[in-house]
Design a protein around this ligand. Structure first.
Ligand code: TXA
Ligand code: MG
Length: 316
């Protein structure tokens, strides 16, 4: 069985596996990642093969600190400001790639930029400290599917492909990191995620443009078919139709669904985010005719939740 509780010994073994070029799945505060040594092209190629991921879609490189990140990317004033405000934490910064960084070309898809992130999770940090390597780590799901927020999700997605799956329990945030591009000119919000737009704007002291607004740099990953359950989703549902399961939010949900999962009975948006992907997996497994999804407020983290739901609804 590749799933191991993330003990000191297991983390040491995982670091050795990474040094050999093997893949290790590990927990972060957002979702589980499928990690490889970002300096080893063969190891990185294994990540793309395992995920069946298109090669034009670059990976996020995980490092222990801003200081470590500066070995691979160029941090100008805005990037530094955001890193200092949010790291360690669920923000990925796309910055110019430092020449001679040693990062495998496949990681950055030859874009001349690199996405860097400092995770705020004791297991991820312990693994980075032990491995002493930058870790390229996409979410540990097959390309186009829902990101895993527990070790058992990773096992269901990737089975025995990683040499080890480190189990650090369920992920606290449950949505992927927010990706901000700061590779020249104005910062751009490339992917909504666990840091709400409003928090970034508060640090910048101004509004931030989204990639969809026609910004010069974009995030190739956003083009992909994404976050797809097999079962169709019916969004903004305020009633139930025959044969549907229900993804509920808040205290007042319609009754009579075959199965109901409530993302947060009290209407807490952070709690809802952390349960979203596990709930979609569970409802998908019931093979109902559709998943009815109650309206979820669109501000704060709700913007990212609605983004993922819309992609999941469109993806079929
Ligand atoms: O929360 C997360 O970010 C998780 C955990 C494991 O850290 N990782 C994750 O990785 O979600 P992934 O590969 O599923 O998503 C990475 C996103 C993609 O949308 C990709 O296109 C974008 O980041 N990205 C990576 N490098 C980029 C670059 N140089 N320029 C623009 N977008 C980039
Ligand atoms: Mg992903």
């Amino acid at each position: 069985m590749p799933v191991h509780p993330a003990t000191k010994e297991a983390i040491a073994a995982a670091a050795q596996a990474l040094a050999k070029g093997d893949l290790v799945a590990f927990p972060t505060e957002t979702v589980y990642g499928l990690g490889a040594n970002a300096l080893n092209a063969q190891a990185v190629a294994r990540v793309f093969a395992a995920k069946e991921r298109p090669r034009f879609n670059p990976l996020i490189v995980h490092v222990p600190s801003l200081e470590a990140a500066e070995a691979y990317g160029v941090f100008e004033e805005t990037a530094r400001k955001l890193a200092e405000a949010f790291w360690p934490g669920p923000l990925s910064l796309v910055v110019p790639l430092l020449p001679k960084s040693g990062i495998a070309d496949l990681v950055t898809a030859g874009l001349g930029t690199i996405a860097l992130r400092v995770p705020n999770h004791t297991v991820a940090q312990a693994l980075l400290a032990e491995a002493k390597l930058p870790l390229a780590a996409p979410s540990a799901n097959r390309s186009g599917r829902i990101s895993p927020t527990s070790a058992s999700h990773v096992e269901a997605e990737l089975g025995g492909i990683p040499a080890m799956i480190l189990d650090g329990g369920p992920c606290k945030h449950g949505l992927e990191s927010t990706v901000v591009g700061v590779a020249g000119g104005e910062p751009v919000l490339l992917r909504l995620g666990s840091v709400p737009r409003e928090a970034i704007e508060a640090v910048l002291g101004r509004k931030i443009a989204s990639a969809e607004d026609g910004a010069a740099i974009s995030s190739p990953g956003q083009l992909e078919r994404h976050y797809a359950p097999e079962t169709p989703l019916r969004l903004e549902a305020t009633d139930l139709r025959a044969g549907e399961t229900l993804l509920a939010f808040g205290p007042n949900s319609p009754r009579g669904a075959l199965t109901t999962i409530n993302l947060s009975l009290t209407g807490d948006i952070q709690e809802a985010a952390s349960h979203l992907f596990a709930a979609l997996r569970e409802l998908d497994a019931t093979k109902a005719s559709a998943i009815a999804v109650m309206p979820i407020p669109a501000h704060g983290l709700g913007e990212a939740i609605n983004d993922r739901l819309q992609r999941a609804a469109k993806a079929r």
